[in-house]
Design a protein around this ligand. Sequence first.
Ligand code: URA
Length: 213
Amino acid sequence: MTERPSSRMVAAYLREIGIDYLLVPGRADGRETLEDIRKELLECRGCPLCAGRRTVVFGVGNPRARLMFVGEGPGAEEDRQGEPFVGAAGKRLNQWIARLGLRREDVYIANIVKCRPPENRAPLPEEAASCLPYLKRQIRAIRPEAICTLGAVALQYLLGTGEKITRVRGTWRELDGIPVLPTYHPAFILRNQPRETEVFTDFDLLAERLHLK
Ligand code: URA
């Protein structure tokens, strides 16, 4: 029986004949990878927010996540660490994720804008418009079974709606065939603790849709 060459042997052979297989772009199914998008984004000068950033806060989590969260934009700590939702709001989000029986590493977390707006203000429409194509590409690369938007800004920019978060939270929407559930932003809940029960109700809907727990 002929032995199947290991992937290391194949890589060594390809290198020997002048092909670095690690540089072959894309995936077997032809979709771009998160890494393709990230590389492009690191160079982005598409809006004035790039001038004030320390890092580009691309997104974090499982590239094959069934569930994706979308927030507003990086704060000071996120800008420092290059990772979304690492501050107090992030801790609260982690607790909500745990309610689903999942870990932060199981889901994917990203923001509407990838660079920190000054003074933690909400992203301007032109900043969101410039960054949104990257988020849409991330969503296409991951193809989650559900998306949960966190807060009014993510709802407004991702779904292009002016509806009030208090009215639409906990009601399923759709984006390119993917079910989207708006809920409150964890930073809002930190300031309005009694409203967390509404988030718990919304997370029960996510658990139900994804057959979790
Ligand atoms: N708030 C957000 O919306 N995103 C973050 O990454 C952190 C705080």
